[in-house]
Design a protein around this ligand. Structure first.
Ligand SMILES: Cc1ncc(COP(=O)(O)O)c(C=O)c1O
Length: 547
């Protein structure tokens, strides 16, 4: 059992009980749970002698890549290889002081003993195999260009130019670049949208089935279905149901699981995409586990997708000088979670109690599955999304108050909501501070703002009428010109115009600027909502295709 969240002596009243939650089902090597709230601790009760000695030497344990890096860096050699900082000897001191000389010492190139990312036969292969075993895949690739390159490789490996990719309209921008790279044609599914929260949810198997049937009736080939599950806000789609629509037709299912790398490690977390039968899942290990930023994993199972093609695509998309700091951080993160069956007990208990405290604060609501009409199977319990709109505060205002007044840094802000990510490093004092700060916010604005007239609804439903004249790839390679937004009616959009939130693009390169999309954008501009991707973020002008 995890330690109860009494919060030590600081605030016993606030976090005074452990909520009931399941004891972890053991899906991997069991080692005793850590007990420190600030730093997850590994207790190596089942470490092999080799593991123990490695751990004593430098804490690398059963992480082959970490161990190889450590032993390569410890050799007394004269170096005539890249990188030019020469194992830190020529490191700029400004940075070396900041991140430590060790970071430079271990920033090594592809030395023979460190294997080759694109043709792994040694320690990288070993590390990837261990990850595959832990995550339940038949093959896992380590990625040094984030989930972005994993998504691009997955689409390129499954879709040839002209094939259709069925994808939610609120997909990550990497999917749009994957369409440009692969030449695949998108068939969009509009996700459910809650205007009260200004947040989009997932997609359903029924929507996927409709899209597949429409394409089948038109005689089109579907290369793959790509699902974002969970979304940034933690909403999971029914991947199993989507797989059961796709697999009988031989269509592979790719899951953008950027925000779900931790799902494998506790029974009260949602099922992983791979557990639900997806063919490929791409996870940002850096987002929710504990590897370095930019390091991700791509998992594959089954034989619907060609393994060699995926490897080839990754070689196209990644640097020929992959960072060993990033690669070994993936190995280390895998090692850490594989040794701690209960590692997510504490973050889960903290998040659960935090939500319980937040949802009873006057004027505050917490996002949960009933906020959506669709029957989404799960929401990540470690994502806390709240709204203070009953206090007449936008998400941006609430976020500013929490940061300026209480030094609380959130993960994501929207017009209506603020999202906080609980992770392995979250401490009792952090969540206590969050709850106390939100209480202050409520006390301050409940009476002040409740007398104000209700603020106009500033959000608008995303568009569902799309008129694609060029594929994203054709549009990408077409010459562009800039026009005033008022003059763009009837033009073919040359850039991605995606108001955030809710992160559902209004125009994707190749789409016709219609009356509806134009008036939507004018409205968005009037409200000062951020436009991601557009060259002119103020939206006074847009790039259109010159045909
Ligand atoms: C849903 C989703 N998919 C993919 C990505 C890309 O992940 P990465 O930053 O690891 O490249 C992100 C990044 O925020 C994301 O939110």
């Amino acid at each position: 059992m995890p330690r109860c969240l009494t919060g030590g002596s600081r605030s016993p009243a606030l976090f005074s009980h452990c909520p009931p939650h399941k004891v972890s089902h053991i899906r991997h090597t069991v080692v005793q749970c850590g007990t420190s709230l600030s730093t997850p601790k590994i207790t190596e009760t089942e470490a092999s002698p080799a593991e123990s000695s490695a751990a004593i030497q430098g804490g690398s344990g059963t992480a082959p890549l970490v161990h190889a890096l450590q032993s390569a860096a410890s050799q007394d050699v004269s170096c005539f290889h890249f990188p030019g900082h020469n194992r830190g000897k020529a490191a700029p001191s400004s940075l070396s002081k900041l991140i430590g000389p060790g970071a430079f010492l271990h920033d090594l190139p592809e030395l023979p003993e460190l294997d080759d990312l694109f043709s792994p036969k040694g320690v990288i292969l070993d590390a990837q195999k261990r990850a595959a075993q832990l995550f339940g895949s038949s093959k896992t690739w380590f990625l040094v260009n984030g989930t972005t390159c994993g998504i691009q490789a997955s689409v390129m490996a499954t879709c040839s130019p002209g094939d259709y990719l069925i994808v939610p309209r609120n997909c990550h921008i990497s999917v749009i670049s994957a369409l440009v790279l692969s030449g695949a044609v998108p068939k969009y599914i509009i996700p459910e949208y809650n205007s009260g929260w200004d947040i989009a949810g997932g997609i359903t198997p029924l929507q996927v089935e409709r899209a597949v049937k429409e394409l089948e009736e038109d005689g089109k080939r579907v290369g793959a279905v790509l699902v974002t599950s969970p979304t940034y806000h933690g909403v999971c789609s029914n991947v199993e149901g989507i797989v059961s629509v796709c697999h009988p037709r031989g269509i592979p299912v790719i899951v953008d699981e950027a925000h779900g790398a931790h799902f494998r490690f506790h029974d009260s977390l949602p099922s992983t995409a791979i557990e639900q039968g997806a063919d490929m899942a791409v996870q940002s290990t850096h987002k929710v586990l504990c590897s370095l930023t930019q390091s991700s994993m791509l998992h594959l199972v089954g034989d619907l997708v060609n393994v060699d093609k995926v490897s080839q695509c990754l070689q196209v998309l990644q640097s020929s000088s992959p960072s060993y700091l990033l690669l070994s951080s993936l190995d280390a993160a895998r090692d850490l979670v594989s040794k701690n069956a209960n590692i997510f007990d504490e973050p889960l208990a903290l998040a659960s109690e935090t939500k319980e405290h937040l949802m009873i604060i006057p004027g505050i609501s917490v996002l949960d599955l009933p906020c959506f009409a669709s029957d989404f199977p799960a929401i990540d319990p470690l994502r806390i999304t709240l709204t203070a709109s009953d206090l007449q505060l936008s998400g941006y205002e609430a976020d500013d108050i929490l940061y300026e007044g209480h030094r609380i840094v959130s993960e994501l802000v929207g017009t209506r909501a603020v999202t906080f990510a609980v992770n392995l490093g979250t401490r009792v004092q952090d969540v206590e501070k969050l709850v106390q700060s939100v209480k202050h916010l409520s006390e301050k604005y409940f009476f002040t703002n409740s007398s104000k007239p209700f603020r106009e609804n500033i959000v608008c439903d995303p568009l569902d009428k799309i008129s694609m004249h060029l594929t994203p790839r054709e549009a990408f390679f077409t010459k562009k010109r800039r026009v005033r937004i008022e003059d763009s009616l009837g033009e073919i959009c040359g850039e991605l115009i995606c108001p955030y939130p809710p992160g559902i693009p209004v125009l994707i390169p190749g789409e016709l600027v219609t009356h509806d999309s134009l008036s939507y954008l004018m409205n968005v501009r009037h409200q000062g909502i951020t436009i991601s991707g557009a060259a002119d973020s103020e939206l006074n002008s847009i790039l259109v295709c010159s045909l």
